[in-house]
Design a protein. Structure first.
Length: 164
């Protein structure tokens, strides 16, 4: 795959988060009734992404990625407990950083086959749409903070591609 098309595809997949922020600004009254659907959308898209990765790669790579996901979930649980017990508000930030780190790795891993690559790109875009809308809705009002916490996707996906 050519470098320019790979980088442009990663930027377009990343734009989902920005379109989610725009959607939250445009339809402020519709976000609260649709919040549960955005949460379900994020969960389904994350499951579909892992499912497509399982279809594409061997057992050992999947085990290492699942170990990374389990460690991430444990960190998120610890972070959620800090938020619940002490009011430390870093759960949303860590959640977005870890999910977009994982998406950056998955984006690079599927770049070998074009069909999976396009599917994963679309799924990352849709996940960003839901994540941006929910993040802005949850009193996480600084749009630049949302964009910066999801920027590990671009850093990881393009960085790995340019290094390897």
């Amino acid at each position: 795959m050519q470098s320019l098309s790979y980088i442009l595809t990663s930027i377009i997949a990343y734009l989902g988060i920005i379109f989610g922020i725009i959607l939250a600004y445009i339809a402020k009254d519709e976000i609260e009734p649709g919040k549960r659907y955005f949460i379900i959308m994020k969960a389904v898209i994350s499951g579909m992404t892992i499912g497509f990765l399982l279809m594409f790669y061997d057992f050992y790579i999947i085990i290492s990625i699942l170990a990374f996901v389990i460690i991430s979930v444990l960190l998120l649980y610890k972070d959620h407990r800090l938020y619940r017990d002490y009011g430390i508000n870093c759960f949303r930030t860590i959640d977005m950083i870890i999910s977009y780190l994982i998406f950056g790795i998955i984006f690079y891993l599927t770049s070998i086959r074009l069909s999976y690559f396009l599917i994963i790109s679309c799924l990352i875009f849709l996940h960003g749409l839901a994540a941006g809308t929910l993040a802005l809705d949850r009193k996480f009002r600084n749009k630049w903070k949302i964009i910066l916490t999801s920027s590990p996707f671009i850093i990881i996906s393009v960085g790995i591609y340019l290094i390897i």
